[in-house]
Design a protein around this ligand. Structure first.
Ligand SMILES: Cc1cc2nc3c(=O)[nH]c(=O)nc-3n(C[C@H](O)[C@H](O)[C@H](O)COP(=O)(O)OP(=O)(O)OC[C@H]3O[C@@H](n4cnc5c(N)ncnc54)[C@H](O)[C@@H]3O)c2cc1C
Length: 403
């Protein structure tokens, strides 16, 4: 008999969420990971309403996390490319969909510990060592940790990030590519209010995105060419603040109090199979996208919730039919989003007049045409059909998430 029903590898937000969900469903879950999440990560993640419902289901929202998060009341796209064909600024307002907020912006450094302590409460067993190898049998898996322990389970969930060991061991190949961009993630204080608005300034080297945090503070994801990003990283805080001031056109007032900065080289990755040989891929083990439109972790949480949905009531949670259903369902959600994000990003980097004109025309259409704008907003929030059960609004009631 297996020790566990499910073995999750990786204690990032996707793996922790999956472990919590499955433990809540009464599964025996092991979490194979050396470090228990990176609580010093300077990133914030904008989580949309379906992801918030998942956190409610897990019992960690609203709670203490809510005080450290900020509702996203509007999203603004500003064409800041300096191109000849400048598109008008577009504001996406959730009121057009009857909602008060798109979602909330969470510091990852707080979300990860909250998930971690919930996983402990729910009885998830932590190994304290990374996954080193996996052996796959017809009726289960055996995961070997870096410290030499061996854990038996019916299925493994690979949440061990973009260089996933489990994915490799399961023989799943990937398509991966690099962008000529690096993102600087940080945060900053400002003298003016942000009014809950996140602004994506589309510049020639990629988006420069401010995302509101509580008080007069915003997170920043600044995509730049790698050499320029390295120069910016080397600047003293005061000089970096002056660059942010220029980047925001002073729209948030005087910029100060720069938080820790970290570089993220921009890559894209998609697994050729999302599940195979008793291994299910979730999060960045399955797909990596540049941080445009706040899609990455929202998709990853849908992966976790979808896997839990399919496993519900299954005697063998790693059976072949379940894995093939997971593959089809997740591919349908992830691949078109990845293509839209890729196109949007490349249209900024290309420098080709035709591409720039096409992007400007598309943004113009969005700003003028309400039904198209609403359709894009709905799509950005979640897939139109097939949302996993723990992410759906309660039946027959409009979700009022602002407590
Ligand atoms: C600058 C930036 C801003 C972003 N903003 C947003 C946003 O606003 N909204 C949004 O939805 N998404 C956003 N994203 C995307 C989001 O951060 C990622 O989708 C998310 O962090 C992926 O989580 P994960 O758990 O899949 O991977 P990771 O966070 O990479 O976690 C993987 C974990 O696996 C561990 N690991 C590695 N190897 C092994 C092994 N062999 N065994 C066990 N464990 C292992 C690692 O140590 C790590 O803890 C952003 C990304 C970036 C770069």
């Amino acid at each position: 008999m297996s020790d566990f029903d499910v073995i999750v590898a990786g204690a990032g937000p996707a793996g922790l969420a999956a472990a919590c969900l499955l433990a809540l469903d009464g599964r025996r879950v092991a979490l194979v990971a050396k470090e228990q999440g990176d609580a010093s990560d300077p990133r914030t993640v904008a989580l949309m309403q379906p992801s918030i419902r998942l956190l409610m289901h897990l019992g960690i929202w609203p709670g203490r996390l809510k005080e450290a998060t900020q509702p996203l009341r509007k999203l603004r796209l500003v064409d800041d490319t300096g191109s000849l064909f400048k598109a008008p600024a577009i504001t996406f307002d959730p009121a057009e969909l009857g909602e008060e907020a798109f979602g909330w912006n969470f510091p990852l450094g707080l979300l990860i510990p909250a998930l971690l302590s919930r996983a402990r409460e729910l009885g998830v067993e932590f190994t304290g060592a990374d996954a080193a190898a996996i052996q796959i049998y017809s009726d289960g898996v055996s995961v070997i940790t870096a410290s030499g322990d061996r854990l038996g389970g019916r299925v493994a969930i690979a949440a061990d990030g973009k260089n996933s060991v489990l994915r490799e061991a399961a023989g799943i190949r990937t398509n991966r590519w690099a962008y000529d961009q690096t993102a600087i993630a940080t945060s900053f204080g400002h003298s003016g209010p942000h009014d809950g608005i996140s602004t994506e300034y589309h510049k020639g080297a990629g988006p420069f995105t401010t995302v509101p945090m509580p008080g007069n503070r915003s997170a920043l994801v600044w995509m730049e060419r790698p050499a320029r990003a390295a120069e910016l990283m080397a600047l003293p805080d005061a000089e970096f603040a002056a660059e942010v001031q220029i980047g925001t056109h002073g729209e948030l007032g005087r910029v100060s109090d720069i938080g820790p900065r970290r570089l993220f080289p921009m890559q894209g990755l998609v697994a050729r199979d999302f599940a195979k040989n008793r291994v299910i891929l979730i999060g960045e083990a399955a797909h990596v996208v540049p941080p445009i439109g706040a899609q990455g972790l929202n998709m990853s949480l849908r992966d976790a919730a979808q896997a839990a949905d399919l496993m519900e009531g299954e005697e063998d949670p790693g059976n072949a039919a379940l894995l093939s259903a997971y593959d089809a369902l997740r591919r349908r959600d992830v691949q078109p989003r990845q293509q839209v994000i890729d196109l949007m990003n490349r249209s900024l980097l290309s420098g080709f007049m035709a591409m720039e004109t096409g992007r400007a025309a598309g943004l113009m259409l969005l700003s003028q045409f309400g039904p198209l704008r609403r359709a894009v907003m709905k799509y950005g929030l979640a897939p139109s059909a097939g949302l996993p059960r723990t992410m759906r609004p309660p039946q027959g009631s409009a979700p009022a998430l602002i407590a």
